[in-house]
Design a protein around this ligand. Structure first.
Ligand SMILES: C[S@@+](CC[C@H](N)C(=O)[O-])C[C@H]1O[C@@H](n2cnc3c(N)ncnc32)[C@H](O)[C@@H]1O
Ligand code: SF4
Length: 238
């Protein structure tokens, strides 16, 4: 296994007896790779104050990942594939396939920039849910997540959605995660009202940027105000 990529297993132990007898774990998060092709300003990994700069890039060993999946499959936990950008993991399709063929469920957060390129394989062996990150209308999103990211992501979503519909499939479900920051907090409602075709959206999540030093009372106030309106919301529409 690599030095820094992580496997998180969530358990709610009821006794000291065998974990599998208690149908544990319930969630397994695999940070497949630390690598990412974007440098979103607010990101706690690769952003302006991110923790990954200057660090040796790492990814999980494929055999270890598949073994963890096989060992957990008997209790059918809910898997999450995390990153960095999980779709940059060289064995991404193998991992999704192993989970789905084992009849378990898997969520994938993604920056969405690989959706177009991977549309065929995402339809062939679909994760259950994709959480695509976009943080506002084009100009605002790209100020936070990088030039031309908005267009690329939306093109990818449309390609994937069209392919899924053409084939009459229900998965992967496609939805968005919006991160509220001092840059994006005024655009939440406008984004959901004007930038999305809600017919194509299965779920949304509105989440707040984690605050870390240096922080200002102004930023905290912005979050408090936005929080009163939106709170942390994860909505499943389908
Ligand atoms: C670390 S990313 C990994 C997956 C993928 N690269 C992406 O951007 O969706 C997971 C989620 O965390 C969000 N995120 C990044 N920095 C954050 C921060 N400082 N506070 C809260 N969420 C953050 C991202 O926007 C994304 O929705
Ligand atoms: S795409 Fe995800 S991991 Fe990469 S910099 Fe942006 S938020 Fe961070």
């Amino acid at each position: 296994m690599s030095e820094t990529s992580t496997i998180t297993v969530v358990q709610r132990p009821k006794s000291n007896t065998n974990i599998l007898q208690n149908k544990l774990p319930v969630w397994v998060t695999l940070q497949l790779t630390d690598a990412c092709n974007l440098r979103c300003k607010m990101c706690y990994e690769w952003g302006e104050n991110g923790a990954y700069h200057g660090r040796k890039l790492s990814k999980l060993d494929k055999d270890v990942v598949l073994r963890v999946i096989d060992e957990c499959l008997p209790v059918k936990p809910y898997f999450a594939l995390f990153g960095g950008e999980p779709m940059m993991y060289p064995h991404f399709e193998d991992v999704v396939g192993r989970i789905r063929h084992g009849d378990a469920r898997v969520d994938v957060p993604t920056n969405g920039t690989f959706l177009k390129r991977k549309a065929e394989s995402l339809i062939e062996i679909p994760p259950n849910r994709l959480w695509v990150s976009l943080d506002g209308p084009e100009e605002i999103n790209d100020a936070q997540r990088g030039e031309n990211v908005y267009k690329k992501v939306q093109e990818g979503v449309e390609t994937l959605f069209d392919l899924r519909e053409t084939k009459g499939l229900k998965e992967p479900k496609i939805g968005y995660t919006f991160i509220v920051t001092p840059l994006t907090h005024l655009y939440i409602q406008g984004f959901f009202e004007n930038c999305l075709n809600l017919e194509m959206v299965d779920h949304i999540s509105i989440e707040f940027q984690t605050l870390q030093r240096p922080m200002s009372m102004k930023n905290i106030s912005i979050y408090l105000n936005a929080y009163l309106v939106f709170r942390k919301r994860r909505v499943l529409l389908a």
